[in-house]
Design a binder for this molecule. Structure first.
Ligand code: PHE
Length: 452
């Protein structure tokens, strides 16, 4: 590989890879999306299927992405190109990293808007707008906010500027130090809030909702939502982990690192659910209220807590930061590709891509207020982009990347990469990926689409 196309740094310690990968995994998907998906899909059954998807499909696919990234140490597009040039894989596989990259950018168009909500709510905590809210007022506050596109565009713009500036630097530099502080702080705060919500809220109802297993709810559609969200939450299938694998030290065990990342990701999701549901039941908020659920529920707990507005401010600010460390991963693929392939400066590359995303994000903002026309399948633009990315593009990209690793890339190439620490890990992982993860993902995805 020519020197100029090599990536810029190796993570200085194994833990830094874990922090960075967890930073990309943990974000709005855990705190905003996971609770409302649970609510919309009936609780316990979704939770169980989700956990299975995470372990049986998500973990092996995550390892596949990291392993291939570390083997070739380049961005996904150039990696597959290099493999095709060396006749290791057929040329048409080059389409897969492009699909992954486009999916990431599409996700970022709405991800940035929702991250802007977190900013807007931190500001509301400062101005005292979240004080003394009951359920009706909290819902009204959120509805008013949705009808204020100028404010939403402002926060979306701020968020995109931050993403562009951070991605414009080499990812290894800025990211790890931020996540090292951010993650423990976020987990600590979530633990505190979950403990408090369980004490003041309707904890037994919440727990029985989360553990209630109802066979009626076990359908392929629910399983597809679960698998789509597992991939979204881990950040698998978009080539992002691929890029992080490329920066990973050879001394690190991929299996161990990825298992820790999956565990942290699940922990944050479960804690979020333990905060939201005791309150939704205690205050009679509709569990099926969709994307508004966390933003309506959370201000209520901050109002109940002593010094709640300060905690609210810190919480929403941390949420926005967690979203930032995920958004970086969503943009990294094309930025590193433009930089390494065409020698475009990183800042310039991220500015160009950021501008396109910012522009599309404005259409997403308007879909919450002035332009809520149902574009297709009875969905508005936000819902359409969310559904198409997580139920179609993300599973397809993740399955395709995994097939590439499991069935197309020659086994010895991967074996050399994985074997260093523990040979049994390789066998276990390779067999699971080939014969369990990929077939299960294909079955669930296709059956979910045709609505079996
Ligand atoms: N995993 C992130 C979240 O849960 C979103 C994301 C998806 C980030 C894909 C990177 C790649 O919020």
């Amino acid at each position: 590989m020519p020197e100029s196309r090599c990536l810029q740094g190796i993570w200085s310690s194994p833990w830094i890879f874990i922090f960075a990968a967890a930073g990309s995994a943990i974000g709005l998907g855990n705190i905003w999306k996971f609770p409302y998906m649970l609510g919309a899909n009936g609780g316990g059954a979704f939770l169980l299927i989700y956990c299975l998807c995470l372990v049986v499909v998500g973990l092996p696919m995550l390892m596949a992405e990291v392993a291939l990234g570390r083997t070739v140490r380049s961005n996904p597009v150039d990696t597959v190109n290099d493999l095709a040039e060396r006749h290791v894989v057929p040329k048409y596989w080059v389409a897969v990293p492009y699909l992954a990259g486009v999916t990431g950018l599409l996700i970022l168009t709405f991800y940035s808007v929702i991250a802007g909500w977190a900013f807007a709510y931190s500001r509301r905590a400062v101005t005292g707008a979240l004080e003394n809210l009951d359920k009706v007022q909290s819902e009204a506050l959120f509805q008013d906010f949705l009808q204020a596109p100028v404010e939403m565009i402002f926060w979306h713009t701020l968020f995109m500027v931050m993403v562009v500036l951070v991605v414009g630097q080499a990812v290894t530099r800025g990211l790890s130090s931020v996540v090292k502080l951010l993650l423990p702080a976020l987990i600590f705060l979530l633990l505190l809030l979950a403990g408090y919500a369980l004490v003041v809220g309707a904890s037994s109802e919440a727990i029985s909702f989360l553990l209630r297993f109802d066979w009626d709810q076990v359908t392929f559609e629910v399983a597809l939502s679960a698998i789509g969200h597992a991939l979204f939450s881990l950040g698998v299938g978009l080539g992002a982990m691929f890029s992080y694998g490329a920066y990973m030290s050879k001394r690190m065990s991929i299996a161990k690192a990825c298992t820790i990342v999956v565990g942290l990701d699940l922990l944050v999701s479960i804690l979020s659910a333990l905060i939201i549901f005791p309150l939704t039941f205690a205050f009679g908020i509709d569990v099926d209220s969709g994307p508004s659920l966390p933003f309506v529920t959370l201000p209520i707990i901050f109002d109940l807590l002593p010094a709640g507005q300060v905690i609210g401010l810190v919480f929403f600010a941390l949420l926005a930061l967690a979203a930032l460390t995920s958004a970086i991963a969503l943009m990294e693929l094309f930025v590193s590709w433009l930089h390494e392939r065409f020698y475009v400066g990183r800042l310039k590359a991220s500015f160009i891509i950021g501008l396109v995303i910012w522009f599309c994000g404005i259409a997403i903002v308007l879909s919450f207020s002035h332009w809520d026309a149902k574009i297709a399948f009875g969905l508005n633009l936000f819902e359409l982009v969310d559904n198409v990315t997580s139920l179609i593009m993300l599973p397809v990209a993740a399955i395709a990347l995994s097939v590439l690793v499991a069935w197309v890339v020659p086994e010895p190439m991967l074996k050399n990469e994985m074997i260093a620490k523990n040979p049994s890990h390789f066998r276990w992982w390779y067999t699971t990926l080939k014969y369990v993860s990929i077939p299960a993902a294909v079955l669930i995805t296709v059956a979910g689409w045709i609505g079996v």
